[in-house]
Design a protein around this ligand. Sequence first.
Ligand SMILES: NC(=O)c1ccc[n+]([C@@H]2O[C@H](COP(=O)([O-])OP(=O)(O)OC[C@H]3O[C@@H](n4cnc5c(N)ncnc54)[C@H](OP(=O)(O)O)[C@@H]3O)[C@@H](O)[C@H]2O)c1
Length: 296
Amino acid sequence: MSQDISTVAFIGLGVMGYPMAGHLARAGLDVRVYNRTAAKAEAWVDEYGGSHHPTPREAATGAELVLVCVGNDDDVRQVTTGEHGALSGMATGSLLVDHTTASADLAEELDAACRKQGTGFIDAPVSGGQQGAENGALTIMCGGSETDFASAEPVLSHYGRAVTLMGTAGSGQLTKMVNQICIAGLVQGLAEGLHFAEQAGLDQQRVVDVISQGAAGSWQMENRHKTMIADQYEHGFAVNWMRKDLGICLEQARRLQARLPVTALVDQFYGDVQVMGGGRWDTSSLLRRLRTLGAR
Ligand SMILES: NC(=O)c1ccc[n+]([C@@H]2O[C@H](COP(=O)([O-])OP(=O)(O)OC[C@H]3O[C@@H](n4cnc5c(N)ncnc54)[C@H](OP(=O)(O)O)[C@@H]3O)[C@@H](O)[C@H]2O)c1
């Protein structure tokens, strides 16, 4: 059954959604898109074909699978269960997949709303950034039933290199929270290491060349050290998005009685970066914060 999906809707053509939807069109699927700013949807159709629609509901009508990638919980509610939302256009037996990084509560809420009207639901946040979306190499962490996952997985594989079912609805979002918790402390550690090397008068590039081969190596070190040394942050994953994600992690941790002292501290450091005007800078800009404080 899963291989039979031929008509999909994609809602939210941002940095991530635009190239993800593009992979589906290139794979030969009939893609119906919606974007709040209509000009982006028009540009997408000019580039990839398919069709654009004035509301999520109209985009979702006739689609076997509806994919969403917008900003936060409330944005997802607006385009799914809100007025003119996708759910009101979805037929019984169709399936909703949410790629937005959002709360596990929202996933459970959407799962219940979908079940009520006889549609399936998968929460499916992604990791891999803009580069991963453009190269079709995202890691996709899914929550939902095995049947729904089996239907969605072949479609998600067009832009996902690792597509994994983690458990019931909400499990994908919980796994993404672990991902962000692991990254937060690591990026601060990398920023402190490069800051220390600079203050010590070491050649930072040579330091990275040596230590990246050993136990200190990481994706962040490999992919971000050059721009960090050059103090360039106009790219990558925005601090504003990271604060949204860490807020979700900290709220979930409070309810789970999990202790996240370093994550909470790094969240405050990102608050400082926002005050510095860096809301849209890459998360590696924690180094600019240290350089700025160090210069005082
Ligand atoms: N960028 C990354 O590296 C990355 C990596 C992993 C996960 N994520 C997550 O993926 C999601 C999307 O990120 P992105 O970087 O693609 O964001 P983005 O470039 O800011 O795009 C957001 C998209 O959502 C739409 N949108 C936002 N609020 C909406 C609303 N209330 N109603 C309708 N449409 C709305 C925007 O429409 P307009 O065009 O009209 O603004 C745009 O299409 C976020 O949850 C983010 O945390 C991002």
